[in-house]
Design a protein around this ligand. Structure first.
Ligand code: GDP
Length: 451
């Protein structure tokens, strides 16, 4: 790692503001501080200083904060210059810092160094980005809890339990002739860990749902009421509703929150065989959206589909490779006379009967959307999490189960030990003990510069 370089960046957002902050971190910071401030300010105390240019001219006056290594955010020597928040002025001060030996920091590079120097783990570093990008109060609250290490502590507790088991099993490997080998690890010991992993997975899933929400695609033939449904869910006129079939030629998107669950809605063009090239393009885009959906709502006009159980068209099912749920929404029951409600058919398809126009059955539909996602409400979240955390935990859980199954059939202890080792590695991906450069690059590039 290029920890030898000194990095600098403006840490406050672009534009004019009351205060502008420049951060400098790395081994050259001490020299830069002396050159610009005349001397090193007392550590960790706010000191009023002149920030001087190369020729000794005063560029600005403000507060200097000096954090010598290792007691700093990055773990390196770190200086914060808090001056006036004029964009030209800040450029000038930054140029002076760069001229004195620093280089411009990449996005997230301060946090990356904090991670590499063991100041925080990877889940905590991600929580910093989540805290900055939080769009809702719940997201901010949960990101703050992850930053405090609440999620990481749960992961570590699981790793501890795993390590304990590994020690028992691997001791048997190392000293096969000793007593230890005669006492194989009880499958119950695995069950306890598996239950803990399942509990954590469910909580992590809630954290991920609150952070990332769901993508719900509304599909169906023209005039079924797709735009009307989008409008009803949004509660405003985001989509243009007309009576001419095929009007919704492009995709309409809207973001809503159902009880704290963020939902990205996409209203697609109908998937009918279109002849008009513009409409054909709409159909192509609709397919592309469906492919990424977490849930597809297929609308039918209940006055137009008299058959008892309309089937899910093959082109929609095929456009959805992930196995995400497809729900059939029978709309316009105010005219067809069907009773509102949700029912599961014998063939496994779930049907919701409602009227987008009158609102009949719409509350049940909203509840149903949350239930299908496994969302337990805004208070269910304990910490923020990401898809990659859920994936890693899922993998760890499968590996733990494989270890238990191996122990049940009295498989070779080497096999059990190997499964446990892999489960531990999966958990290590969450906190960053096991992390590729590619993963780190992806995570930190999402940050803003100066963070
Ligand atoms: P889209 O082409 O699927 O987007 O359908 P629209 O949302 O444009 O709706 C087509 C027509 O059906 C419009 O005239 C809507 O007012 C009407 N419509 C939508 N939902 C209902 C409903 O629940 N009941 C009745 N009676 N009409 C509806």
């Amino acid at each position: 790692m290029d920890g030898q370089e000194t990095i600098a960046a403006i840490a406050t957002p672009p534009g004019a503001g009351a205060i502008g902050i420049i951060r400098i971190s790395g081994p050259g910071t001490r020299q830069i501080a002396k050159a610009m401030l005349g001397d090193l300010p007392p550590p960790r105390q706010a000191s009023l200083r002149s920030f001087r240019g190369e020729t000794g001219d005063v560029l600005d006056q403000g507060v200097a904060l000096w954090f010598p290594s290792p007691a700093s955010f990055t773990g390196e020597d770190l200086l914060e210059l808090q001056g006036h928040g004029g964009p030209r002025l800040l450029d000038l001060v930054l140029a002076r810092v760069l001229g004195a030996g620093a280089r411009s920091a990449r996005p997230g590079e301060f946090t990356e160094r904090a991670f590499l120097n063991g100041k925080l783990d990877l889940a905590q570093a991600e929580a910093i980005a989540d805290l900055i990008q939080a769009a809702t109060a719940t997201q901010a609250r949960l990101a703050s809890r992850s930053l405090q290490g609440i999620f990481s502590r749960h992961v570590r507790a699981l790793v501890e339990g795993l390590t304990h088991l590994r020690v028992l099993i691997e001791a048997g490997l190392d000293f096969p002739d000793e007593e230890l080998d005669a006492r194989p690890v009880e499958p119950a010991a695995f069950d306890e860990l598996i239950a803990a992993a399942e509990g954590l997975l469910s909580r992590t899933h809630q954290g991920e749902l609150i952070r990332d929400g769901l993508m719900v695609v509304i599909a169906g033939p023209p005039n079924a009421g797709k735009s009307s449904l989008l409008n009803a869910l949004v509660g405003s006129d985001a989509a243009i509703v007309t009576e001419i079939p095929g009007t919704t030629r492009d995709l309409l998107r809207a973001e809503i929150q159902l009880d704290g669950l963020p939902i990205r809605l996409v209203d697609t063009a109908g998937l009918r065989a279109a002849t008009d090239p513009i409409e054909q393009e709409g159909v192509r885009r609709a397919r592309a959206e469906i492919a990424q959906a977490d849930h597809v709502i297929l609308l039918t006009d209940d006055t137009q589909s008299p058959e008892a159980e309309p089937s899910i068209p093959r082109d929609i099912a095929e456009a959805l490779p992930t196995g995400a749920p497809i729900t059939l929404l029978r709309n316009k029951i105010d005219r067809s006379g069907r009773a509102a409600g949700v029912r599961e058919r014998a063939d496994g398809v779930t049907e919701v009967a409602c009227s987008v126009l009158t609102g009949a059955g719409m509350d049940a539909f909203r509840q149903y959307l949350k239930a299908v996602a496994g969302y337990q409400g805004p208070d269910s979240g304990e910490f923020s999490a990401r898809r990659r955390h859920v994936d890693a935990l899922q993998r760890a859980l499968e590996q733990l189960k494989a270890a238990r199954d191996a122990s049940r059939i009295a498989a070779a202890p080497e096999l059990i030990a190997e499964e446990l080792r892999q489960a531990q590695a999966s958990l290590g991906e969450i906190t960053g003990e096991v992390a590729s450069d590619e993963l780190l690059g992806r995570i930190f590039s999402e940050f803003c510069i100066g963070k």
